[in-house]
Design a protein around this ligand. Structure first.
Ligand code: UD1
Ligand code: CA
Length: 471
C-alpha cells in the first residue's frame, strides 16, 4: 500500500537501484502566491518543512547523493539543509527563471555524475518512497526518462501529460508535457498531470537541458520541455501513474492546508492500522515523526508536535498537547495535559489535568494529578506531586534542576525553588516554599505557623454589626 506515511511509520527498507542515484531537489522558487515573508519550502506540514519532507523522501528512496537548488538570500533554507541533510551539496539559482534553469544550477554536479538522476520539487511533501522507487524502476524497461503522473480531480495549474497509447500496468508512452498556461482547450481536458518528479537515465542530460528555451506563456525555462525534445530525438519517455493523494504541489496557503489534511488522514489511518484506538480520528493531529504503539488510547483533540513516542497501552485523555516527549508503557496523561520537550513519563506514571511538564523524567508510578508545573526535574518512582505545586526552575537568568526522590510526597500548593534535592520518602508540607535540600524520610515545613484565637470571629461580628447600626 503506497499510502503508508513517511511520518509515523518506521523507515521503510532502502532498495538501492543498481546504478548510483543522484537526487536533485528544486527549492529556489519564491512561491509568491503564498504571500509570505518566508520561502515557500520552509512552510510546514505536520511539524516539518516542505523541504524537510522531500529530503526525507530522497534519503528513503535510496539516493547516493543529494543536490539542492536554493535561491539567493535564503538563510533559513540553508539552515534547514545543514540540519536535515548536512551531506547534500547546495547550489544557488541566482534568478528564478524556471525549473530547467534551476536544474542547470547543478551543472557541475550533473557533469560529474554517472548514473540516474531524480528530480523532485521541494513543494510536493506527500510523495512516498515506494512511489519513487517504482518510477526509477520504470527506467529499467528502456525509457530514458520517466515522469511521475497522476489523475487529478481538478487538474488546474498542473502540467498535462500528453501520452500516445493507453496506460499498461500504470505506464504510458509520454509525448510531451504541456503547462496549464500554454495548453490548448483540448489539452486542458487531459486530467493526467505532472507531479514534478522525473527520473532520467540520460547520459547527455546537460545537452538536453541546454536546448530548452523560454518560448512559452511564462517566458520561463520549463524542465517539462525536456520530454518533447527527447522524443524528437527518438528517445523513449514514459509516464508512470501514481495516486493523486500523494502528488499535491503546494503553491498557495489553501494547498498547504490540503497537504496537512491529506498527511493527517494518512497518519491517522496508519496509527489505527498499527493498533491504536483513536476515539475521534479527525481531531488527533500527528507530527511527521510521531510513533504510536499498540493498544494506545487517544481521546479527542490531541495534538502531537515533533519528537513524540507513545509506547504500548499508554492513554492520552482529551485536549492534551505533546512535543518532544516519551510516554512509556501504560503511562497516562490528561485530560488537558501539556508535555514539552525533554519529558519522559515512565511506565504507569500519571500526569493529570492542567499539568505542564518540561524536560522532566517521571519515573514509574510517579504522579502529578492536578494543576502543576514541573520543569527541569527528576521525579522518583511513586513520588506524588500535589495540586498547585510549582517547580521554580528559573531565576531570570539560569535554569536549575530539582530532584525529587522515590516515594516523596509534595503537599499541595508548594513551591520548590531549584536547585533542590528532596530525599526519598520525604514529606513537604502543603503550602511550603522550599529553598533548602530536604533529607530522606523527613518532613519539611516552610510556611507561616498557624495561630488560633478562640471566639475571635463571634466578637468581630458583634463589633462590626454595632458599628453598622450606628450609621
Ligand atoms: C510545476 C511543473 C508542472 C507540474 C507541477 C507539479 C514546470 C514548468 N512545471 O509547476 O508541470 O504539474 O510543478 O507540482 O516544471 N523552482 C526553482 N526555480 C525556479 C522555479 C521553480 O527552484 O526558477 C522550484 C520551486 O521552488 C518548486 C518547484 O521548482 O519547488 C516547482 O516550481 P513551481 O513554480 O511551484 O511550479 P508549478 O507551477 O507548480
Ligand atoms: Ca508547485
Amino acid at each position: 500500500m503506497t499510502t503508508k506515511p513517511t511520518a509515523i511509520s518506521k523507515a521503510s527498507t532502502v532498495d538501492k537501484s543498481s546504478r548510483p542515484l543522484l537526487t536533485v531537489v528544486l527549492a529556489a522558487g519564491k512561491g509568491t502566491r503564498m504571500k509570505s515573508d518566508i520561502p515557500k519550502v520552509m512552510h510546514h506540514v505536520a511539524g516539518r518543512s516542505l523541504l524537510g519532507h522531500v529530503l526525507a523522501l530522497a534519503a528513503e528512496a535510496g539516493t547516493e547523493a543529494t543536490a539542492v537548488v536554493v535561491g539567493p538570500d535564503m538563510p533559513t533554507v540553508r539552515a534547514e539543509l545543514a540540519m536535515r541533510a548536512p551531506s547534500a551539496s547546495v547550489f544557488e539559482q541566482t534568478l528564478q527563471r524556471g525549473t530547467a534553469d534551476a536544474l542547470l544550477a547543478t551543472r557541475a554536479c550533473l557533469a560529474a555524475h554517472a548514473g540516474d538522476v531524480l528530480v523532485v520539487f521541494a513543494d510536493t511533501p506527500l510523495i512516498t518512497a515506494d512511489t519513487v522507487r517504482r518510477l526509477v524502476a520504470a527506467l529499467d524497461q528502456g525509457a530514458e526518462v520517466a515522469v511521475l503522473g497522476f489523475h487529478a480531480k481538478d487538474p488546474t495549474g498542473y502540467g498535462r501529460l500528453v501520452t500516445d497509447g493507453l496506460l499498461t500496468d500504470g505506464v504510458a508512452n509520454l509525448v510531451a508535457i504541456r503547462e496549464h498556461k500554454d495548453a490548448t482547450p483540448t489539452e486542458r481536458q487531459i486530467d493526467f498531470c505532472n507531479s514534478g518528479v522525473m527520473a532520467f537515465r540520460t547520459p547527455d542530460l546537460l545537452s538536453v537541458l541546454d536546448e530548452i528555451g523560454t518560448n512559452n506563456a511564462s517566458a520561463e525555462f520549463y524542465l517539462t520541455d525536456a520530454i518533447a525534445i527527447m522524443r524528437k530525438q527518438g528517445r523513449r519517455a514514459v509516464a508512470v501513474a501514481g495516486l493523486e493523494e500523494e502528488m499535491l504541489g503546494v503553491n498557495t496557503r489553501a494547498h498547504l492546508a490540503m497537504a496537512e489534511s491529506l498527511f493527517q488522514r494518512r497518519a491517522r489511518a496508519y496509527a489505527m492500522a498499527e493498533g491504536a484506538t483513536l476515539v475521534d480520528p479527525d481531531t488527533v493531529w500527528f507530527a511527521y515523526d510521531t510513533v504510536v504503539g499498540r493498544d494506545v488510547l487517544i481521546e479527542p483533540n490531541v495534538f502531537f508536535g515533533p519528537g513524540v513516542t507513545v509506547a504500548d497501552r499508554a492513554v492520552i485523555h482529551a485536549n492534551s498537547h505533546l512535543t518532544g516527549s516519551v510516554l512509556e508503557a501504560g503511562a497516562e496523561i490528561g485530560p488537558f495535559a501539556r508535555l514539552r520537550p525533554g519529558t519522559r513519563i515512565g511506565a504507569g506514571a500519571k500526569i493529570g489535568n492542567f499539568v505542564e511538564v518540561k524536560n522532566a523524567h517521571f519515573e514509574s508510578g510517579a504522579k502529578a494529578s492536578h494543576l502543576a508545573y514541573i520543569g527541569d526535574a527528576r521525579v522518583g518512582a511513586k513520588a506524588n506531586i500535589g495540586a498547585g505545586t510549582i517547580f521554580c526552575n528559573y531565576d531570570g537568568f539560569f535554569k536549575h534542576k530539582t530532584d525529587v526522590g522515590a516515594g516523596a510526597f509534595i503537599g499541595s500548593n508548594s513551591s520548590l525553588v531549584a536547585p533542590l534535592r528532596i530525599g526519598d520518602g520525604a514529606f513537604v508540607a502543603s503550602g511550603s516554599v522550599i529553598t533548602k535540600n530536604v533529607e530522606a524520610n523527613s518532613l519539611a515545613l516552610a510556611r507561616a505557623v498557624q495561630e488560633s484565637r478562640p471566639g475571635w470571629a463571634a466578637k468581630f461580628r458583634a463589633l462590626m454589626a454595632s458599628r453598622k447600626n450606628k450609621r
